[in-house]
Design a protein around this ligand. Structure first.
Ligand code: RB5
Length: 150
């Protein structure tokens, strides 16, 4: 994506909160705009609420991509993938973060704050943002996924 023009939505639950803050600082350092959808502290909260607020930004067009953080990244990805139009990928390796953009046109990256360190998480964010969907035969498969949404 053209990094000078993109906006990233960020959201996290209490477990993902410190990682969200680190990612926000990383994006600011890169000059990338972001929308912080909460949470704002380490006080216990429910990750589905924040999956919805983060993903809503992509669905209403105010963000290009969303990054969700919770303890494992898994709960966030489960909740996000219930939303029509969302293709969320929980990644903890660089190859997956790259290819879920290239082949799956993922619009949401989910990260586990208790799984990956801040350094790796920021690298995953970078490769996710900097990779573009390849289209072609992959578009047909994305459309098949959309059909499963009913
Ligand atoms: C919260 O303790 C934890 O369950 C949550 O952050 C996440 O890991 C769920 O998938």
């Amino acid at each position: 994506m053209d990094n000078n023009k993109i906006t990233i939505a960020l959201a996290a639950d209490h477990a993902g909160f410190p990682l969200k803050e680190a990612i926000a600082a990383h994006l600011a350092e890169r000059g990338i705009d972001y929308i912080d959808c909460g949470t704002d502290s380490s006080e216990s909260c429910d990750y589905p609420d924040y999956a919805v607020s983060g993903c809503s930004k992509v669905l209403d067009g105010s963000a290009d991509l969303t990054i969700l953080c919770c303890g494992t990244g898994i709960g966030m990805s489960m909740a996000a993938n219930k939303m029509r139009g969302i293709r969320a990928a929980c990644c903890s390796d660089v190859f997956s973060a790259k290819y879920t953009r290239l082949h799956n046109n993922a619009n949401v990256l989910c990260l586990g704050a208790r799984v990956v360190g801040t350094g790796l998480a920021c690298e995953l964010v970078d490769v996710f943002i900097d990779s573009d969907f390849e289209g072609g035969k992959h578009l047909r498969r994305i459309n098949m996924i959309s059909e499963l949404e009913g």
